[in-house]
Structures are given as C-alpha cells and as structure tokens.
Design a protein around this ligand. Structure first.
Ligand SMILES: Cc1ncc(C[n+]2csc(CCOP(=O)(O)OP(=O)(O)O)c2C)c(N)n1
Ligand code: SF4
Ligand SMILES: [Mg+2]
Length: 276
C-alpha cells in the first residue's frame, strides 16, 4: 500500500496547452496514464529515457499529454514504428500504447509478429472492448452478444483473448489487469518495463460513453464496479463462474530480438571480407 502513495510527479506532463484532455470525464485512459507515470518513477526512468509510441484512438492520445519523446503514428501501426525506433536507439525504453481496435483489428498482424519476434518493447493494450474514438463500433474484443453502434442486435463474433494470444505468440511478459485494480496495474506496468523481450499488459478499461451506455453499465463508476465484480485472480473461480481472469500469465527471460540481432552482426563481422 505504501508504494501507492508515491507522489505523482507533474514533470512527466506536457505544459504547453495540451490540457484539458480530449477524454470524457471518468475515462479509464487517465487512470492508466497516471499509473504508467508512477511505474516510470518506480523504475527510476527519466523523461529522456522514454519513447512513447501510439497509433490512433482515444487511448492513443496518451503520448500527446506526456513530456517524454513521443511519436503519434497511424492507426494500427504503432508497433512497426516502435520496432524501428528501438532498433535505431536500443538504449531507449520504448513504450507503446494501443487500443483494442488499434492492436487487434487493423494492427493484429503486427501484434502477433511483434510477440513472435520478442523485441524489447513494452506494450500496453487499453481494452475498453469497443472503438471509442470513432463512435462505439464493435472491436475484436467486444464480447459476444454485446451492443455497439455496429451490433445493434448483439455482436455475433467471438472476442479475442488478447493476453492469451500475446502469450501463445511468444511474448516474454504478459499480464491482464483492470482500471479498478490500480495497485495491481501499477505493479504490472512497472514489471512489464525493461524486459528481455516483448511485454504486453492488457488493461481492461471503461468506455462508459459508448460501451457502457449501450450495454447498460452507464457510468464510469458502474463500469469500475463491473470490473471489480466480474474479474478474479483465481483460475478456479474464473473457470467455474466465467469471470475474467486477471494476473501475470507469463514472465520469462528470453533472448530478445536485439540480443539475437547483435549476435548475428558479430557473426557477420567475423566472416573475412570477400569469402561469403
Ligand atoms: C487506417 C485507418 N483506419 C481507420 C481509422 C479510423 N479509426 C480511428 S481510431 C479507430 C478505432 C479506435 O478504437 P481503439 O483502437 O479500440 O481505441 P479507443 O478509441 O477505443 O481507445 C478507428 C477505426 C483510422 N484513423 N485510420
Ligand atoms: S469515448 Fe470512451 S474511450 Fe473515448 S474518451 Fe470517452 S470514455 Fe474514453
Ligand atoms: Mg477501444
């Protein structure tokens, strides 16, 4: 509990007229942004150590508000940009923020292959189970039967299990938490930084404006309580009740992409000129 009292430094926020944010009052994005700053602080990172990369979406606005190095890219393509940035600047802590649509729909291929490649980047997937920015269309994380502006009679698709997919694709660190569970979220965000491979923290978040309104969980508070009541860290309870499982699903030391890349460069350099 003591760790939660760490004062939030304002140093990480941009001072040049970016506030107030575009986010609806009570949106989970602000809660996650503050938790991420605390994770940076706990890890002893300075603003100059960090590059934040995002695509397009409400969640992807986060780097706009943070005074670290930032690149606000195109929808679904944050991970390829981040990969290039990390390769060019291996010492930088590269952190990618994506929405569930950004990461799993248009960016799904990049997500799987970045996990397979295990490049030393930290990704946060803000899973509000809907396209927030564009008006509440269903996403690949919208549960079956849920309503959205494009599923007025209930979504007939199955949702991706984002964390399971990251794990099976090979990511070194994968955890799932929610905006209700702030201390747990801070810890996962902190532990997801600076891994030997790709790390993914899926944060289940509230878009009360669209998902909540259309699925009868109409306020930010009601959505937070929904995550309190409908998630668990106990796999048995999850399997018996259908509650969503939170926790760290994998945390492995791997030989990440940059590590392998450096070894390959050494091998190539050892070959006498003109013999290959
Ligand atoms: C190439 C491209 N396709 C579509 C869009 C429109 N678009 C912008 S954000 C978005 C989805 C946002 O949903 P999500 O990634 O879940 O983020 P959220 O707003 O929910 O945080 C879409 C489809 C776009 N900007 N660019
Ligand atoms: S539309 Fe939804 S995701 Fe976007 S800022 Fe509002 S509450 Fe947050
Ligand atoms: Mg979304």
């Amino acid at each position: 509990m003591k760790e939660r009292t760490l004062p939030l430094t304002l140093d990480f926020f941009r001072k040049d007229k970016k506030f107030p944010s575009v986010w609806c009052a009570g949106c989970g994005n602000g809660v996650i942004m503050n938790a991420l700053i605390r994770a940076f602080q706990k890890k002893g990172l300075t603003k100059d150590d960090i590059v934040m990369v995002s695509g397009i979406g409400c969640s992807s606005r986060m780097p706009v508000y943070l005074d670290v190095h930032t690149v606000h890219t195109t929808h679904g393509r944050a991970l390829p940009y981040a990969t290039g940035i990390k390769l060019a600047n291996p010492k930088m802590e590269v952190v990618v923020v994506m929405g569930d649509g950004d990461a799993l729909a248009i960016g799904g291929n990049h997500f799987i292959h970045t996990a397979r490649r295990n490049i030393e980047i930290s990704a946060i997937v803000i899973n509000n189970r809907i396209y927030g920015m564009t008006g509440g269309q269903y996403s690949p994380a919208t549960p079956t039967g849920c309503y959205s502006t494009t599923s007025s009679f209930g979504n007939i698709d199955q949702p991706f299990d984002i964390s399971a997919m990251a794990k099976v694709a090979g990511a070194a660190y994968v955890g799932r938490t929610s905006v209700y569970h702030i201390a747990e979220m801070e810890k996962m965000l902190e532990n997801g930084l600076h891994k030997s491979g790709f790390s993914v923290v899926e944060v289940m978040s509230n878009c009360h404006t669209y998902f909540g309104r259309m699925n009868n969980i109409k306020s930010a508070e009601a959505m937070l309580n929904w995550y309190k009541d409908n998630t668990t860290t106990d796999p048995q309870i999850a399997s018996d009740t259908g509650k969503i499982l939170r926790g760290v699903f994998t945390d492995r030391d791997v030989n990440g992409f940059l590590h392998e890349h450096d070894l390959m460069v050494e091998r190539a350099a050892a070959v006498p000129a003109g013999t290959h």
